[in-house]
Design a protein around this ligand. Structure first.
Ligand code: NAP
Ligand code: MG
Length: 489
């Protein structure tokens, strides 16, 4: 453990190759790409870049492992035991994985340690527990028949994930797929391949058989080759709504099953009768956590006009008290954005907000000239039609929108193509639930924000996605139901 003054040491990088059929290999083309440290812009290491030939090999291995291998036919208790072992290995290597995540992504080490990694462990354990609890039904049908249902694994799953919670997104995808007995071809994001590769190594150590988990670092073209492949049965994708649309179109060709977790523009609604201290903490955390790089960020902060002036003053103080700096320092609460592209996109939104007439009450600038740091930024008097109130910024930029009454705020809250999350702050429990029921969002938090648990489903209405992750419901994403009917007598 570190003392409060000590900065964590960078871990040794153990894996940078592709994982195919239980073997670590270079790309067939020999190509590699560089992954960078967002806090210094310095290269960390070269990683193998999977091309279409590697996708073919990985899908063939996953197909073989699914059709003939032990995984889908293994005693479900043994499958569960291997998954529990993986969770245990993650726990044993938590410090290393947390440091690797912080290095590759830029997130503060205190978050990697206290948020990302514990959630990864919980998710793997939660789904390990499901492995031997997958059961069908007996179905009374007309006539002299015995009819029952089975829940079979969907097959080879292509899983494509983003860079904002690199390892946690792996756990959300692997957990239900492995519990059901599916096999996996995963593509981590180009910005953050390292923790996924290390988890692949731990999976082999835990006893996951060759071919069950294949990992292909690369870019969008690697993902696209997985989506197009005829031997892939299902695609699970987390990322931008734009890429989600492209994948859905491509997947139509082979009628693959698809689940999506896409963007958001979540309303965070503070009524005047709320516990303001808690609401201000929740507004800060709900937006600035993870440098604002959260699909469920509370990026439209609706504040009832009666408390608006006081709220803005206090939330600005909170924003200004955030500790920006070296993500490896234990007191840092805000690191850099993940890369230059994201940095530029966010700075452009800040300029658009100013030009549209919103009032930038704090922040709005880059911090320093090395690393992709952006000051915590708060815009007040934002109106619904401004780009900063309509589009996903994915950065540390808060937009405050005053409102006057309940019906108005519900209507404005729902006026978006997204529907991922929402929050309501009030001491009136009945009002809280009325509003929660009327908001068109997959998750509504009341008097809290960003409360995640492996048992609680998460996902979006409308353009925020298709299907839900986490909880029992996510097993359905990896299931093909089968009906078996036998004539009696
Ligand atoms: P993205 O393009 O949607 O990337 C997500 C994943 O999809 C990455 O692994 C990406 O590969 C891959 N990909 C890209 N094009 C593909 C294609 N045609 N077929 C298959 N896979 C493909 O997101 P991004 O460019 O990293 O970020 C852009 C914006 O998306 C952000 O500013 C933010 O608004 C949103 N976003 C949302 C989430 C979320 O949690 N919902 C997460 C991240 C970003 P590469 O590694 O080459 O990109
Ligand atoms: Mg990186």
């Amino acid at each position: 453990m570190t003392t409060m003054e000590e900065t964590t040491a960078k871990p040794h990088i153990r894996q940078t190759q592709l994982l195919i059929d239980g073997q670590w290999r270079d790309a067939q083309s020999g190509k590699t790409f560089t992954t960078f440290d967002p806090s210094t812009e310095a290269p960390i290491t070269e990683v193998a870049y999977a091309g279409p030939e590697d996708v073919d090999l990985a899908v063939a291995a996953a197909r073989q492992a699914f059709d003939h291998g032990p995984w889908s036919r293994m005693d479900a208790r043994d499958r569960g035991r291997i998954m529990y072992r993986l969770a245990e290995l993650v726990e044993q290597n938590l410090e290393e994985l947390a440091a690797l995540e912080t290095w590759d992504n830029g997130k503060p080490i205190r978050d990697s340690r206290a948020a990302d990694l514990p959630l990864v462990v919980d998710c793997l354990r939660y789904y390990a527990g499901w492995a031997d609890k997958i059961q069908g039904q007996t179905i009374p049908i007309r006539g002299d028949y015995f009819c029952y249902s089975r829940r079979e694994p969907v097959g080879v799953c292509g899983q494509i994930i983003p860079w904002n919670f690199p390892l946690l997104m792996v756990a959300w995808k692997w957990g239900p797929a492995l519990a059901m007995g599916c096999t996996i071809v995963m593509k981590p994001a180009e910005q953050t391949p390292l923790t996924c590769l290390r988890l692949g190594e731990l999976a082999l150590e835990a006893g996951v058989p060759p071919g069950v988990i294949n990992i292909l670092p690369g870019f969008g073209d690697t993902g696209a080759a997985i989506v197009r492949h005829r031997d892939v049965d299902k695609i699970a994708f987390t990322g931008s709504t734009e890429t989600g649309r492209i994948i859905m179109r491509e997947a139509a060709e082979t009628l693959k099953r698809v689940t999506f977790e896409l963007g958001g523009k979540s309303p965070n609604i503070v009524f005047a009768d709320a516990d303001l201290d808690a609401a201000i903490d929740g507004a800060e955390f709900g937006l600035f956590f993870n440098q604002g790089q959260c699909c469920c960020a509370g990026s439209r902060l609706f504040v009832e006009r009666k408390v608006h002036a006081e709220f803005v003053k206090r939330v600005v103080e909170k924003a200004q008290s955030r500790q920006l700096g070296d993500p490896f320092h234990p007191e840092t609460t805000q690191g850099p954005q993940v890369d230059e592209e994201q940095f530029r996109k966010i700075m452009d939104y800040i300029e658009r907000g100013k030009r549209a007439g919103a009032e930038c009450v704090t922040g709005g600038q880059r911090l320093g000239d090395r690393g992709w740091y952006i000051e915590p930024t708060v815009f007040d008097h934002v109106s619904d039609d401004m780009d900063i109130a309509r589009e996903e910024i994915f950065g540390p930029v808060m937009s405050i929108l005053p409102f006057d009454d309940l019906d108005e705020v519900v209507e404005r809250g729902n006026q978006t193509m997204y529907g991922l999350a929402a929050a309501v702050w009030t001491r009136d429990a009945a009002k809280a639930h009325h509003v929660a029921h009327r908001l068109r969002a997959g998750t509504v938090w009341i008097n809290c924000y960003d409360v995640f648990d492996a048992a609680a489903p998460f996902g979006g209405f409308k353009a925020s996605g298709i299907g839900r992750e986490l909880g029992e419901i996510a097993l359905a994403n990896y299931t093909e139901p089968k009906t078996v009917t036998m004539k009696l007598g």
